[in-house]
Design a protein around this ligand. Structure first.
Ligand SMILES: Cc1cc2nc3c(=O)[nH]c(=O)nc-3n(C[C@H](O)[C@H](O)[C@H](O)COP(=O)(O)OP(=O)(O)OC[C@H]3O[C@@H](n4cnc5c(N)ncnc54)[C@H](O)[C@@H]3O)c2cc1C
Length: 407
């Protein structure tokens, strides 16, 4: 029989994170919408204790081969609740981040220990993932950053833009950055590999930090690599370019997205739920209770809008939970990960806009957080593959077309 019930452990996590989000994130959300407010150190230090303990638990589980069966579901529930609190602050949470997803997806046991142990001890640290370049975003095959082997080292050269937590990972903490670079420009996707660069490595420099529309508490950096030398065994996966037309190595790097796309989807669901809850709360204060038990023809326009918002958020949530659940079952989930990301990014964008529309000037003003949620939501429709790219992936997988045929 199909069951959509949460286990008591999952309910517990959801409840605890939600309480934290309400008590510790909401009160400082507006302040940290401005970069001038500085880093939210109280939040960071508080979260670091939990992150360290969870990372240590995952490390032990990895070694014993006996991890929690619901690790990915736990992750998306926590991200949803944190993003309900504040999506920008959630992105400030010190952890291995996207770098961790990459290392978990394709790293060797030795690499997992070497690069991820730092997230179990000491002061707060961050991980980041540097894929995007000025002329390579959706089209990752166009990556120009090079990795050239020189004896027992790789030498990286290139510029990466829009790196989430890049400042904290590369410069302001002893973190790590996973960098996508090509070992053979003539090989297209097959030549692209990922490399781990530790903070403080000579030749890696943060050039600037973006001033952006939303998720303003989170730093988004440009990182330059100039003759940046890293050990040979900092490559994730095989160094071999399988074949000029094949994409074996690239597929390894892409495996990162199986975990990161449901994570971004969960963040979108969290922001959308925040806007939905906020609208219902304000309507209630104005004496408008949304009825769920009247026939269509008797509903008010606002009731119809709110019901549609509820249905959309729930659909995005269920797709997200499914993608995470499949990972927990060790089942391939690339299709479901892209479905969840495409749906949740779109829902977050539309639901937060609708919230502002329903509330009018009240939604647009800074008295409440609706205008901020509208700005914060949009990024979930852009990074980790835009909505259009994820829909393209879904279409390719459903139709069994290669990227050469459908692009
Ligand atoms: C705040 C922020 C944080 C980010 N964090 C990171 C990070 O941590 N690491 C990282 O590497 N990158 C990061 N990015 C970059 C992000 O992943 C890219 O911006 C995104 O993948 C889009 O790539 P692009 O900017 O090159 O846009 P383009 O690829 O030029 O896309 C422009 C538009 O064209 C559409 N489009 C492109 N190709 C197709 C196609 N074949 N079919 C249909 N439509 C298409 C896109 O959907 C989009 O609407 C971040 C970006 C932002 C804004």
């Amino acid at each position: 029989m199909i069951s959509f019930d949460m286990s008591p452990a999952l309910e517990n996590i959801r409840g605890m994170v939600r309480m934290m989000a309400e008590g510790q994130m909401r009160p400082i959300a507006r302040k940290h919408d401005s970069h001038e407010a500085g880093k939210p150190w109280d939040y960071i230090n508080f979260m670091w204790e939990t992150v360290k303990a969870r990372a240590a638990e995952s490390g032990r589980a990895r070694k014993s081969g006996d991890g929690p069966r619901e690790a990915n579901l736990q992750m998306v529930l926590a991200i949803e609740a944190l993003s309900w609190g504040d999506a920008g602050l959630y992105l400030c949470t010190p952890n291995a981040g996207l770098a961790g997803f990459a290392i978990e997806a394709v790293g060797t046991p030795e690499q997992k220990e070497r690069f991820l142990k730092r997230f179990t001890e000491g002061a707060p640290k961050w991980g980041a993932m540097a894929i995007t370049e000025a002329h390579a975003g959706s089209d990752t095959a166009a990556i120009q950053t090079t990795a050239v082997r020189d004896g027992d080292e790789w030498v990286l050269n290139g510029t990466k833009i829009f790196v989430t937590s890049g400042l904290m990972a590369a410069q302001d903490s002893p973190g790590i950055v996973v960098v996508w670079a090509t070992v053979d420009r003539t090989a297209g996707r097959a030549g692209i590999k990922s490399f781990v660069v530790e903070a403080g490595t000579p030749g890696m420099k943060v050039l600037n930090v973006e001033n952006k529309l939303g998720i303003r508490a989170s730093d988004t950096a440009t990182i330059v690599f100039e003759d940046c030398r890293i050990p040979l065994d900092n490559i994730l996966g095989s160094a071999e370019v399988a074949s000029k037309s094949g994409t074996a190595g690239f597929k390894g790097a892409m495996a990162t997205f199986d975990a990161s796309r449901p994570a971004v989807a969960a963040s979108g669901v969290g922001v959308a739920q925040a806007a939905l809850d906020g609208v219902k709360e304000i309507l209630k204060q104005q004496g408008i209770e949304v009825r769920h038990d009247v026939p269509d023809q008797e509903m008010t326009a606002i009731e119809r809008d709110v019901l549609d918002m509820e249905a959309q958020v729930q659909a995005a949530r269920l797709l997200t939970y499914r993608a995470a659940w499949m990972m927990d079952q060790k089942r391939p989930n690339a299709l479901e990960a892209s479905m969840s990301k495409a749906k949740a990014g779109s829902v977050a964008t539309k639901v937060t806009q609708k919230a502002v529309e329903i509330l009018g000037p009240l939604g647009y003003s800074q008295k409440h957080l609706f205008e901020k949620w509208m700005r914060d939501a949009k990024i979930t429709d852009i990074y980790e593959g835009t909505q259009q790219i994820n829909l393209l992936i879904v279409a390719r997988r459903l139709l069994d077309f290669s990227s050469n045929v459908l692009n």
